[in-house]
Design a protein around this ligand. Structure first.
Ligand code: GDG
Length: 461
């Protein structure tokens, strides 16, 4: 415990629901960003082990890797079900993705969510030293700072929300929203992907909670002063570009190429999640085939969608829906030597994905809502600069704020998406190059290193 004011140069403590342990392949951009921030500064990564406890939950297990210590705990079955499957994934996730119709509000889930956050706070408080800087990630852990403050932790604490934040009119539909969202004031800095999310946060605090807003996005609520900032997450642009180039020599890429037999590839890669707009995307592709018979046998749409959150009913439901839709499209249009859609429920190594992206003439990224969407950025970074593909991107992905040279679409408007696909498939090389270069400039400048440095810079400033 500590009661002294923090100095600037201490360890970094990263807290996230899931921890990418050493020797585990870091699965996303976020995991590697956190890992390199910790390597650079030294520190601790704290969170759930990903395991359900056989006996006592909440006991910390430690691993050390160079300057980085990992502290993880198992959760009991019931805590896991209420906290993770329940409140995080069936209440907050749909709400934050503008789907109040899917919000499953259950008091037991909220209790479980608060219980796990309290357990995190208890264990973490014992490990914090006076000059540590704490970076808490995502909607699973909203009340954690408030619970640490109750334990007299006065360090700088930052929070980053990886999802969108909807407008206050929607946030207030969450039962007991004040109790939960009001705790955000316990952070010193709240990071969001876009200015729209930042506006939602400010409006909520000002109009719902009566906070006052000052210059520089500074908020004052009760005795707390804190700030909301826009920090659009990036990718490891150079690494992705290099992986994509090297993937050309992989056997799997040669196989993909051979199987296409000269056809143009359209690619989509998404966690199987209702926020990603997959049913509408399939429909838009079907619309393209319907109105452009000249495209038949000339295109192939590869949708990679590794299943996620399979114990949540809405996720099982969307999986069934997509299987039906893909079957219907192939049933309607396929020929003995041509399947218009290849729908794959596996996950692939990141380096291979980059190779698939590079081979696709169109990247189709059409979430209904997305905090950022890293796939859109990875698609762009994977392209061959001499012959780049075209990104068709939802206006409602955070990435659209930066990648304005993509073909931006409303994912619910299947005609508009079909138009964009046609435009992408016939776009002249000079225009493709021009659009790609402008997007790549952004990705090179605002990469994952710049993201973590600017967030941590603002937090410790
Ligand atoms: C949340 C927010 C925000 C996908 N399939 C495979 C695979 N992936 C990788 C992608 C990408 C990552 O997973 C997915 O990131 P996204 O940003 O697209 O989406 P979420 O998982 O929903 O992430 C989102 C993000 O947090 C960061 O703040 O952008 O808005 O929802 O890196 O490449 N990776 C591997 N195999 C696959 O089959 N290895």
């Amino acid at each position: 415990m500590n009661a002294v004011s923090p100095a600037r140069g201490g360890r970094l403590i990263v807290v996230s629901n899931r921890v990418a342990l050493p020797r585990q392949t870091a699965t996303g951009g976020l995991a590697s960003a956190m890992r390199s921030a910790l390597q650079e500064r030294g520190g601790l990564w704290f969170g759930w082990s990903g395991k359900i406890a056989n006996q006592t939950a909440g006991t910390l297990r430690y691993q050390q890797d160079g300057p980085v210590r990992y502290a993880t705990m198992d959760l009991s079955r019931s805590d896991h079900d209420h906290f993770y499957d329940g409140y995080a994934n069936r209440t907050l996730w749909p709400l934050l993705h503008y789907r109040p119709d899917l919000v499953d509000y259950n008091r037991g889930h909220l209790d479980g969510y608060l219980r796990v956050n309290r357990l995190f706070a208890e264990r973490l408080a014992e490990l914090i030293e006076p000059d540590d800087v704490i970076w808490i990630n995502d909607y699973h852990l909203i009340p954690l700072a408030a619970m640490l403050r109750q334990r007299h932790i006065r360090n700088r604490i930052g929070f980053f929300l990886h999802t969108p934040l909807p407008a206050d009119g929607l946030l207030i539909t969450l039962p007991r929203h004040r109790e939960l969202l009001g705790t955000l004031a316990s952070y010193d800095l709240i990071g969001l992907h876009t200015a729209r999310d930042q506006r939602s946060l400010e409006d909520y605090f000002v109009h719902e909670l009566g906070a006052s807003l000052r210059r520089g996005h500074r908020l004052r609520y009760g005795d707390r002063r804190f700030r909301a900032g826009v920090f659009p997450i990036g990718i490891d642009t150079q690494q992705v570009a290099q992986d994509a180039k090297q993937a050309d020599s992989l056997e799997e890429i040669a196989q993909l190429r051979a199987s296409l037999d000269g056809r143009v590839l359209i690619i989509g890669v998404d966690r199987l999640d209702y926020s990603k707009g997959l049913p509408q995307r399939f429909e838009a592709y079907a619309r393209l085939l319907e109105r452009a018979p000249e495209m038949h046998r000339k295109v192939s749409f590869l949708q990679i969608a590794p299943p996620s959150r399979g114990t949540v009913p809405e996720y099982r439901q969307i999986r069934r829906e997509l299987e039906r839709s893909a079957g219907h499209i192939n049933g309607t249009y396929a020929a003995p030597d041509w399947a218009p859609i290849r729908y794959v429920n596996n996950s692939f190594p990141h380096s291979l994905l980059s190779g698939y992206y590079r081979h696709a003439k169109v990247g189709l990224v059409t979430p209904m809502r997305d905090g950022m969407n890293l796939v859109a950025k990875e698609y762009v970074a994977s392209q061959d600069p001499d012959d780049p593909g075209v990104l068709v991107l939802s206006r409602f992905a955070g990435a659209a704020q930066e990648l304005s040279q993509a073909l931006l679409v409303n994912p619910a408007d299947t005609e508009e998406v079909a138009d964009a696909l046609e435009q992408a498939l016939s776009m002249p090389l000079a225009e493709r190059r021009r659009r790609w270069r402008s997007m790549m400039d952004v990705l090179e400048k605002q990469d994952i290193t710049a993201w973590r440095q600017s967030f941590l810079g603002a937090l410790t400033d």
